[in-house]
Design a protein around this ligand. Structure first.
Ligand SMILES: Nc1nc2c(c(=O)[nH]1)N[C@H]1C(S)=C(S)[C@@H](COP(=O)(O)OP(=O)(O)OC[C@H]3O[C@@H](n4cnc5c(N)ncnc54)[C@H](O)[C@@H]3O)O[C@H]1N2
Ligand code: MOO
Length: 395
């Protein structure tokens, strides 16, 4: 049995990017940059107004009140920059280019109008309401780094850089093989005796997508070695990673590892000193990665979060460690002492503090939805009290 940290270190070694491709920015949401995004223009492109109002030379407003002739109007997008001469101001709108000769914009709420004349009465504000050319970024600046994920806010930066395409890492392709004679598709379990709904596959697929993977398929298989070998071989074609759920333990029909044959599976780790999820394993078969998750639904989801998330993050070009960014939080309720395995307690936020959910059995399905986070508790740690600091990970 290896420790959690050792298992994560083994995983980080194999969680390497799979290659890259250029794609339209419009298709790039959620993808991970393989090359930096650099700005193709300045932002703003020239000095522009931050407000609707009047562009003026401050010197014209030395003695108030005063009136200036409204000689020009500038709208966002106008390509010619007017010049102010003495006694003039320009009507200007947010985003409009500041005329030559102007050094501030006075907001229209502070300006009176009399035909072609603008009447300035109010004392000058400290703000000039001008955004200087390039104050946001300059042409050639790196706005996003390789390894950054193109979430919604990053798409603003990439689009503002005036880029139509980006270079991104290829998404890791995965498939899921759920093993167990008892498993039935959700909605069909109650039709026959002895079957239960497969509650893991859809959830593992969802978690895998959240972490940048592309799911090529989900299959269920009975605990029959020949059928598992056939399906396993089939699913390995075309994927980077096969996720096998169940059959990880020592039962007579636990074939998740043996289905690849004695030569077929090169185990990278098997059995991790964690609770839940001890039977989790990682290997390679036919040159593809295979991650084994225990069949107990809570164990499956905890190990998917702890191993599948960093694996897909790393294969997809991100730092795999970024998927395991534990933070501190304060306990809202006491938690019990731990045994000989490091423990990942299913917990939820209570205001600004965290509390373990009531049912910590690794077969829990009902209360799993309320577990927003995992509390990491070292092996053999003493009971912790309300107010104690603990290490937490979003679940
Ligand atoms: N003698 C021992 N028995 C067990 C050990 C052990 O060390 N010695 N480990 C236990 C631990 S810890 C776990 S976790 C489980 C994991 O076992 P498997 O990965 O072999 O899982 P299964 O036996 O196939 O299933 C366990 C349990 O989960 C249900 N299950 C399985 N797949 C699904 C699914 N897709 N959807 C819903 N429920 C599922 C299955 O019906 C079983 O009830 O082993 C312990 N045993
Ligand atoms: O480790 Mo098992 O995952 O306790 O239930």
């Amino acid at each position: 049995m290896i420790s959690f940290d050792e298992a994560v270190a083994v995983l980080a070694e194999v969680a390497r990017p799979l290659g890259s491709e250029r794609i339209p920015l419009a298709k790039a949401h959620g993808r991970v940059l393989a090359e930096p995004v650099t700005a193709a223009l300045d932002s703003p492109r020239r000095d522009v107004s931050a407000m609707d109002g009047y562009a003026v030379a401050s010197a014209e407003l030395a003695n108030l009140p005063t009136r200036l002739r409204v000689a020009k109007a500038v709208f966002a997008g106008d390509n010619t920059i007017p010049r102010l001469t003495a006694g003039e101001c320009a009507r200007i709108f947010t985003g409009g280019a500041v005329p030559d000769g102007a050094d501030r914009v006075v907001v229209q709420e502070a300006v009176g109008r009399d035909g072609d004349w603008a009447i300035f009465n109010a004392p000058l504000s400290p703000a000039t309401h001008i955004r200087k050319q390039g104050f946001d970024f300059r042409t050639g600046d790196t706005l996003l780094e390789a390894g950054d994920r193109l979430h919604a806010r990053a798409l603003v930066s990439a689009a503002a850089a005036d880029q139509a395409e980006v270079s991104v890492f290829r998404r890791p392709r995965f498939a899921i093989l759920g093993t167990g004679d008892e498993l039935a598709e959700p909605g069909s379990a109650r039709a026959s005796g002895g079957t239960i709904p497969d509650s893991i596959s859809l959830a593992v697929e969802a978690l895998g997508r959240d972490w940048g993977g592309e799911c090529l398929g989900r299959r269920l298989a009975p605990d029959q070695l020949a059928e598992l070998q056939r399906l396993g071989g089939e699913l390995l074609q075309g994927v980077d990673l096969l996720v096998v759920t169940g059959g990880a333990s020592v039962g007579e029909r636990d074939f998740a590892k043996t289905m690849f044959g004695p030569e077929g599976l090169d185990l990278l780790f098997s059995k991790v000193a964690i609770k839940p999820g001890k039977p989790a394993w990682l290997g390679r078969a036919s040159g593809r990665l295979v991650l084994g998750l225990p069949g107990n639904p809570t164990s499956a989801m905890v190990t998917a979060r702890l191993f599948l998330a960093p694996l897909l993050a790393g294969l997809g070009g991100r730092d795999s460690a970024a998927a395991l960014d534990f933070r501190s939080a304060l306990l809202d309720q006491p938690v019990a002492a731990e045994g000989d395995r490091e423990s990942f307690v299913r917990a939820r936020w209570v205001g600004e503090r965290v509390a373990a959910i009531g049912n910590q059995d690794s077969g829990v399905q009902g209360a799993l939805a309320s577990a927003d986070l995992l509390i990491r508790r070292p092996a053999a740690s003493a009971a912790a009290q309300s107010g104690d600091k603990v290490s937490v990970l979003p679940f």
